[in-house]
Design a protein around this ligand. Structure first.
Ligand code: DIR
Ligand code: MN
Ligand code: MN
Ligand code: MN
Length: 302
């Protein structure tokens, strides 16, 4: 198994500064070394470049739209080229607006090779706002809507096909903060959301069984992991913490069950904000979880 790390050091779509330091924090935590220890061939492609953060208020419902387009175009091109050469891209964010460029590239690749796509969106938030619905103008609250074709033309066309994906391909897990208009839009588009109440009532195991149902050997599984998915007790280093998230054990089970499908083919690790972290603790927790995602377990199974 071949992995390419791609750093996208920007906080261009976020409401707090600092996610731009996420890629380096994951390197400092030892991501490449940990994957190599699991027998993975890892190449670190270094960091993409793009415009700096001008920290301006929203214009017509979007903050920093031109800069967000530039960063997402760079992400799309980098992720697409790794997939084309048969490598698994791991995008190190950076804020979650870049999930758009990453998943647009994955969808583009799936069209090229005739694969089905399933996207697991692990997040406290649905990220399904539009310019009309957003309370903030921050584009990190909009990537899922943009991928489904609801967003500004320059963004939604990045992968070369509008919409890049269907809402039917998405499963959202861990959701516990959705804005009022966004909530209605989630229902209208029939997004499949396993929110925290669902996880409380049914457990992480059953939740993941459902989210991973109907994958076949022709399915490309993409995981978009917003670190604010995790309970802030163990993961304080994110810009928009929301209490009541999955525990350490639940998050590990989630990752282990994804690994067990054998279908993981691309990953985003997003919103890690070292400026808000405590001695790189959140990066280390994220690293533990990625090790589970790549098959680490206490005892040998199967
Ligand atoms: C809020 C916060 N829903 C917004 N969103 C996110 O501004 O759209 N925080 N994604 O991480
Ligand atoms: Mn997010
Ligand atoms: Mn093409
Ligand atoms: Mn979030």
């Amino acid at each position: 198994r071949n992995v390419s790390l791609i750093g996208a050091p920007t906080d261009i779509g976020a409401g707090a500064r600092g996610a731009s330091m996420g890629p380096e924090a994951m390197r400092v935590a030892g991501l490449a070394e940990a994957l190599r220890a699991r027998g993975v061939d890892v190449v670190d492609r270094g960091n993409l470049t793009g415009p700096s953060n001008p920290w301006q208020p929203p214009v017509a419902g979007y903050r920093h739209l031109d800069e967000v387009v530039a960063w997402n175009t760079a992400v799309h091109d980098a992720v697409y080229s790794e997939l084309k050469t048969g490598r698994m891209p791991i995008l190190l964010g950076g804020d979650h607006c870049l999930g758009l460029g990453s998943i647009a590239a994955v969808a583009h690749h799936c069209r090229d090779v005739g694969k089905k796509l399933r996207v697991l969106w692990l997040d406290a938030h649905a990220d399904f706002n539009t310019s009309a619905l957003t309370p903030s103008g921050n584009i990190h609250g909009m990537p899922v809507a943009c991928l489904c074709g609801f967003g500004p033309q320059q963004l939604i066309e990045i992968g070369g096909h509008v919409p890049a994906i269907s809402p039917k391909w998405v499963r959202q897990i861990g959701i516990r903060s959705v804005d009022e208009g966004e909530r209605r839009f989630v229902h209208e588009q029939d997004l499949e959301v396993f929110d925290m109440r669902f996880i409380d009532e049914m457990g992480m195991r059953h939740t993941m069984e459902l989210a991973l149902a109907t994958l076949d050997d022709n399915t490309h599984l993409h995981v978009s992991f917003d670190v604010d998915f995790l309970d802030p007790v163990m993961a304080p280093g994110v810009g928009t913490t929301v209490g009541g998230g999955p525990t350490y054990r639940e998050a590990h089970l989630c990752m282990e069950m994804i690994h067990d499908t054998g279908r993981l083919a691309s990953l985003d690790l997003m919103e890690l904000n070292p400026a808000l972290d405590v001695r790189n603790q959140t990066a280390e927790v994220a690293l533990d979880l990625i090790e589970s995602l790549f098959g680490k377990s206490t005892l040998m199974r199967k």
